[in-house]
Design a protein around this ligand. Structure first.
Ligand SMILES: C[S@@+](CC[C@H](N)C(=O)[O-])C[C@H]1O[C@@H](n2cnc3c(N)ncnc32)[C@H](O)[C@@H]1O
Length: 336
């Protein structure tokens, strides 16, 4: 069994890595001296600006202050280069992935980043000259979709990793970004509230939702252009059932719910009212510096959880990439 699974991992690795990265020029961070954002346009629940950096500081002082603030932040999800050579130690380093998912230019587009966390994808869209980028996130972990068996300790521990989203504010300020973050659940997306978007990015959040199709329906309600979904998939189910839409359900203790195979991720997008363009692709999300590398041991390989950790830390987190556009709505959807 173990060797079958290892072989599957290898096959999966080859499958994923056969796709050619498109690549875009790397972000050129603005030197710290000119990192001054215009007046914050933050809305509901975003908190004020972090106010870490001051006009009177020299470049060296700014870099040193920024470095210590990066280190003081308890946990970064994203690896983001905030100044030349100054990166946040994230759980994931998605810089290469962005070049395979986002077009080289988003000039003039109005973009939405769903579940932004530290804001990596929103800042990448802004870097590609989007006209406006709005990022939503559910900042209060108590409002996430917790399964019935979740204990208060688990809620506290998992919620503490996210904090109150201060990482986004620090990154936004350091980058001189104008991305507007709105505290909003994906379930509450509404064209009357945020308007319509040319490009919507949905990343690594469907896994955390009890009802991913309903969430995608709400995304459909604000998307008038392109939808880009990059979300967790089950690699073994993707290899074993390449054409059938199947998923595993966690839903015990932690806010981890459905892990679809690649075909199922694409089906979810279609069920929510989108037309899937081109063949969905599998990819690994590379680990960042925050993820240590556990040693390879037979003990770790013999249990499912251990194999998952090894795969995630050595190869990356298996995800699927689906690109879609809104399809005409049926009568039931039109009434909603
Ligand atoms: C794994 S992170 C994904 C980060 C980022 N989207 C990416 O692709 O790298 C999950 C994020 O989902 C957010 N989240 C959880 N439930 C949500 C909901 N109902 N609506 C919006 N965001 C939600 C969390 O606050 C967290 O920021």
């Amino acid at each position: 069994m173990v060797s079958y699974r290892l072989d599957s991992s290898l096959a999966w690795y080859l499958l994923v890595n056969s796709s050619t990265p498109v690549g875009i020029p790397r972000r050129k961070p603005v030197p710290p001296e000119s990192h001054w954002p215009p007046q914050s346009r933050q809305r509901v629940g975003t908190g004020g600006p972090v106010g870490l950096l001051s006009f009177s500081m020299t470049g060296a002082e700014l870099t040193s202050t920024l470095r210590s603030r990066i280190q003081a932040h308890p946990e970064w999800y994203h690896t983001i280069e905030l100044a030349p050579g100054l990166e946040t130690p994230g759980w994931f380093d998605l810089r290469q992935v962005a070049g395979r998912v986002l077009p080289a230019s988003l000039k003039g587009k109005r973009c939405l980043d769903v579940a932004t966390f530290d804001g990596f994808w929103a800042f990448e869209m802004e870097q590609r000259e989007a006209r406006e980028v709005v990022a939503i996130d559910l900042l209060d972990p108590e409002l996430w979709d917790w399964p019935a068996e979740t204990t208060p300790e688990v809620m506290r521990t998992v919620g503490a990793r996210k904090g109150a989203g201060e990482g986004f504010l620090l990154a936004r300020e350091a980058l001189g970004s104008k991305v507007e973050r709105v505290a909003l659940s994906v379930y509450d997306l509404d064209p009357g509230c945020l308007g319509m978007f040319d490009v919507v990015y949905v990343g690594s959040v469907l896994l955390h939702l009890r009802d991913p199709v309903r969430a995608l329906e709400r995304v459909r309600s604000v998307c008038k252009g392109t939808l880009l979904v990059v979300d967790a998939i089950d690699p073994l189910l993707s290899l074993s059932f390449p054409r059938s839409a199947v998923a595993t359900l966690d839903g015990i203790g932690r806010p981890w719910w459905w892990r679809p195979n690649l075909a199922c991720l694409a089906r979810m997008v279609r069920s929510a009212g989108f037309k899937v363009l081109r063949r969905p692709r599998a990819m690994f999300l590379p680990p960042g510096k925050a993820q240590g590398r556990p040693g390879l041991s037979l003990g770790a390989l013999s249990v499912r959880e251990g194999r998952q950790v090894l795969m995630r830390t050595y190869l990356g987190d298996p995800h699927g990439f689906v690109m879609a556009v809104p399809a005409p709505l049926g009568p039931a959807q039109q009434r909603r």
